[in-house]
Structures are given as structure tokens and as C-alpha cells.
Design a protein around this ligand. Sequence first.
Ligand SMILES: [Zn+2]
Length: 467
Amino acid sequence: MLDNHGSAMKAPATWHRIGGTTVAAERPGHMAVRRVGVPILDPALLFDVAIEDGVIGRIDPVEGGEGDDALELWPGYVECHAHLALPANFDDSLDDPRVIALQYLFHGVTRVIDMFGFPLVKKLWETGKAESALPYPELVHCGYAVTSMCDSSGRTGHGVEFPAPVYMLGVQGDLEVVLRANLERGASFLKVMFTDGTEQPDNAARFSRLPTRILDYVARVTAEQGIPAVLDCNTRSEVLQAYSHGFRLFAHPVRDSVLSPADWEALSGARFVSTLSGLRPLIMRREDFLDEYSRPGFRETQDLTNLEFAAKMEEPFGVQFDRQETRLAALDDMRRNCLSALDRDALLVGTDSGNLGTFHGYSLLREIDLLAAGDNDVPAQRHRLRYAATVAGSQLFNDLAGRADAGPPIAVGRAATFNLLRPVGMGQTLSTLPEVTVADGTMVDRRAIVRSIQALRSSASSSKVVL
Ligand SMILES: [Zn+2]
């Protein structure tokens, strides 16, 4: 990267040349990006993009675009399945939400969908945001999830095993109470737990499940009231049943089988969040963890005591709990179903971060690698994955926020929130950090983020929150 921090009259305050692209930052909210690809507009052209008052003011195609190593401008990454109030760290500690906000921003993640528990950290998040010199990612959340009561075999509904409250639906009237409570906490959608925890055929059920009449009632009432509902599921039969009641958004891919073309036809319009990262730590070995956490971004943003825990790991959690083989098979099914969903524009990229070893921000970029690996890792598929992780994620974010679709996120008049990424061509992993992240027209200073995280970590609370 060439830099010129010039102070001559009329010269821009700073400019950077990265590959064939130039970024000139004039003052906060005002900048120009010259000779940049904008693949969601036209992958064959280069553009000059002008940012004024934090929004995109102009996008002009430039002559002779082909053949140079220009960067690509993509909307900010969207984390489509996170839990800010669940402890990702191996010692079960919960990072301060002010740290989590910076972890996301460092990795170019500018929008986050929290899938339950956010009310527990809401106040800290909002105070931190008000006091922060750095921009915060935009966030939508569901408040608390709903799940079923204890069943006759003594199983509880999925969700109650986590250190964040969930509401149990015993009778239809409970739904009204839950929706009102979540609304008061700022929730804009509902998360419905509907899985018995089966990972592979012949596995024993681990959780109770909502009775059909209540599931149907939830689908009907949320549809009538215009409240988006996201269903938490594991198996093909759970997804097909929920679909028949009207659910179309699924927090995970199917993990007990590979969906057939006929299944996909029957699930027309359904969308699935990938979440490979959330399951993977349960099967990883010590070397896998140390390799996983060795990429740029981990040391800068995460609690390094996790590396000590990983280094001491004797055998994977899956082996300890006698579930290694079924989890490996489940992960394989999930990945295949994700790639089929990608082919059908039905894939969203999310991690289930907040689950053990699944770190905010860092894991999202890795999730894209996990989806890209193997025979399918060709430029056309990498392009589709970037699209899913940015544009499709933005559409889901808007849907869950209850906002009308305002068209493509990169357009004149839209907020200037984007990443400049190396081209999708082979040669580096998709998890490579963005060259530049811009939030509301201002270039994000990664060194300032690292300093802020370090300052929070060295504070009396060690950057941890006790709920
Ligand atoms: Zn989750």
C-alpha cells in the first residue's frame, strides 16, 4: 500500500493506492474511490465512487476497466446468526459487548443479526455505542427465543441449556405475553426453537418440541401481525413440517440428511443460515484449533487465553461426548445443503457465534472459507459466496428489521458502508481481511480498533461481563 499523508493545499488529507484502486479520504464522511470493481453492479466494469456526507453520491463507470488488479467494492459483511450474550470463550466468560462491536468492525462486519439473548447486554451495547468514537455495527435482534415446555420424558425445550432466558410456550395465550415482552425490549422478529436436537438418523432426541397446534398458532399470529419468524431446526422433517405451517426462514441448514432436488422443490422460497462454524469446534482437535486461531485478526481482537485452552486440549469434545462421528456426518450434510442452497439463492452466511470457540467477527470470515473449500472453490462460486455474505445478508437484515426492501445496498443515496476486498480470483482465502472498511463514509482505522480493544481488556473488569 502506498500512502501519502499530504498537507499541501487542495491535496486530499490522505490517499492510499492498493492494487489498481485509489482511495482518497478528504474528511469524515467524504471520500473518493477510483478505479474499483463493483461486482454487484457489473462485474466487467470499473467505477469511480464518490462519497458525500456519509452516503454514496456518485457511481460512474470508467474507461478501460479490464485487466488491472483493481479491488472489489462489496457491501459490509452481515453476520446472520450471532448471540452477543453467549460466552464464546473456553473459560465460559462473556466478552464485553463494547469489545464485541469492535471485533465485528475489525473484520468488516457492519451488520449483525442476534438470534436471542441480546436484552441481557443491550444497555452496555447502547452505552458503548453512544460513547464510541468508532462506528458500531448495525444490529437487529429477536429478544428472547420461544421454546417448548418439559415433555413427559423430562426433556426440556432447546434453548434452556444456555445462560440466557427463553420463554416456554405452554398454551397459545403465552405467545401474546412473549411478543409484548420482546417488543418492549426492542426485538423486531421472533426466534422459534423447533428441534429435538437430533443430529443424524437414529440419534436419540435431546429436547422436547413445540406441539403442532402451538407451532401452527405461532406461524399464524406472527404472519397476521407482520412479525418475521426464524425457525431453529436440525432435521429434514422438522424443516418440512415448519414449512407446511408457513415458516420460510431457518436458522441452520438441515443436518440429518442431504436434501434431494424434490425436497428443494417442496421448500421453494425457504432460506437457510449456514452456521458451520458453530458446530465445528465440537469436532476439532488441538492442532485444528491452533491452526484455526492463527489467521490475522485473532490475536488483535480475541482473548488470548483461548489459545492456552486449545493447546491443552487432549481430545475433541465430540470424542469426549461420544458424538464425534455423528457430528462429522452432520457437518458434512450441513455443508452440502448449504452449497445446494447457494445454487438456489437460498443461502445466508452466519456462524452461531457466541457458541463455544465461535468468535464474533473472526468466525464469520472463516465461515466463508468453510463454504468455499474443495472442488467447488472456483471464481464463480467465490463470487456467489461474497454475494450471499453481503447482499443476501443485507436483505435478511432488512426483512428481520421490518424495513421495506430499498434495492441494492450499493447505489446512489445509500449509506456508504462497504469493504474493499481483493478480487475473487484464486490465490488467497476468502477470509482475508478487507483492505479497507468504510462505515457511513468514514474509513475504519484498524489500529485504532486494536488500541480500543486493548484498553478495554486492560480495564478493571478485564473486558468481561457478568450477567
Ligand atoms: Zn444460535
